[in-house]
Design a protein around this ligand. Structure first.
Ligand code: C6P
Length: 411
């Protein structure tokens, strides 16, 4: 079990007040807070060894290069990838998915090919494939969702077929909290000759992840959703694909030799990292990985499971509440979307803010899912390692207050 009180001491921001009340930060699916060690790693780089990497033959540059490349090794270890060269640093999950859509997609997708997605995908895992399909004359197919927010797998044989070239799905929904059964889906897609990308933006920060076990061809995730800084994303790819695909962006660092009219490419992983990368933030991400590794991802999951079960139980007693997503806590992560009868989610968000409780309200970059749920928006609370049952109580108390205010206004 986590020592949550000890963990909280590492996050100065959690001690501050919001609107005159102790802050309850429940917007972790959007971005998490950063422990002091991460902030210090960032400052330490700028203060003590700021230099560009892979270029200098002087000490500072060598040190910065070493620290940057060490994080690649840590990242590989964190997701069970045996080869650090299969880890590409990007700006975020969005850029990692776009990298595959451009580099792999434009090489391997042909007219009539099918790309399978789901109705619960984030815009980041919808729009890049829409652009690709429009350009190439490919067809998008979508796995639907059930009433309780799980993937509808009954008609899968009609959706994943010999025409499928790519299956790209989220490990965990940022709206419903649903943890998808990605492994059997990956196996099924492979059996039809398709490749698989997993959007791990919500999965990797909250669940133990082993890419070899999953056997996914690509995995994308963001550092800022797992205690790290903004501006760092990760793309893991199987070496065979990364070798075969053309580069995504052209420029410095990604080349081996350049002539006026052509160029050859650098080795992996640098072939996909054009220009000066986000050195400081990658290095600070290393401190975030160390922090999570020390806690252990099984313990992270266990803590969130417990907190989510408690929150579901408490919230479900609020009059007029509708909670989206699977009923069973085993099938979901620490994300709870809800609405209150007769109250717009933005009003819920605003009134909770007045109580010092930070949640997100909106479509969460999942407009097609909102349509499927027949809502324009939801209110969403999402947890991480530093959240407590007392904070869930504050959330529930604040939601009850909203309900009372609005039911009085109506009656
Ligand atoms: N979801 C949320 O509040 P970026 O912005 O590139 O780091 O991550 C994009 C992304 C991709 N897939 C999923 C499943 C996500 O949840 C996100 C980010 C945030 O839900 C911001 S919209």
């Amino acid at each position: 079990m986590l020592d949550v009180q000890a963990i909280r001491k590492d996050f100065d921001i959690l001690g501050r007040e919001m609107r005159g009340k102790p802050l309850v930060y429940l917007d972790n699916a959007a971005t998490t807070q950063k422990p002091r060690v991460v902030i210090e790693a960032l400052v330490e780089y700028y203060r003590n060894y700021n230099a560009n990497i892979h270029r200098g033959i002087y000490y500072l540059s060598e040190l910065a290069t070493e620290k940057y490349e060490q994080v690649r090794e840590k990242t590989a270890r964190f997701i069970g990838a045996p080869d650090p060269a299969t880890i590409i640093f990007t700006r975020n999950t969005t850029e990692a998915i776009n990298l595959v859509a451009y580099a792999w997609g434009r090489q391997y997708i042909e007219p009539g090919d099918e790309i399978v997605l789901t109705e619960m995908e984030h815009h980041s895992n919808l729009v890049p494939w829409q652009l690709l399909a429009q350009e190439k004359g490919a067809r998008l197919r979508h796995i639907g969702i059930t009433e309780d927010g799980r993937l509808a797998l009954d008609d899968l044989d009609e959706i994943i077929t010999e025409r499928t070239k790519l299956l790209s799905i989220t490990r965990m929904s940022n709206v419903l909290g649903t943890i998808n059964p990605v492994k059997p889906l990956i196996d099924r897609a492979h059996a039809k000759g398709a490749i698989c990308l997993i959007d791990g933006a919500q999965g990797v920060p909250h669940l133990p992840t082993e890419v070899l076990e999953l056997d996914c061809d690509f995995l994308a995730f963001s550092a800022h959703k797992m205690l790290g800084p903004t501006g760092v994303g990760v793309l893991y790819g199987k070496r065979e694909w990364l070798e075969r695909m053309p580069p995504f962006l052209g420029g410095g660092d990604m080349i081996s030799r350049v002539w006026l009219d052509r160029a050859t490419w650098n080795k992996l992983p640098w072939k996909y990292e054009a220009g000066t990368p986000n050195i400081a933030d990658v290095i600070a991400f290393g401190a975030a990985l160390d922090y999570l590794e020390q806690i252990g991802m099984e313990a992270v999951r266990a803590h969130e499971r417990e907190l989510t079960a408690y929150a579901l139980e408490q919230l479900s007693r609020v009059p007029g509440i509708r909670i989206f997503g699977p009923r069973h806590v085993e099938d979901r992560g620490g994300v709870i979307s809800f609405d209150l009868e007769g109250v717009h989610p933005h009003d819920i968000g605003q009134l909770l803010d007045a109580e010092g409780v930070a949640i997100r309200a909106g479509h969460h970059c999942c407009q097609p899912l909102m349509e499927r749920l027949d809502v324009s928006a939801t209110a969403r609370a999402s947890f991480y390692i530093y959240n407590t049952e007392e904070e869930v109580d504050r959330l529930v108390e604040a939601v009850r207050k909203v309900e009372r205010v609005f039911s009085r206004a109506v009656n």
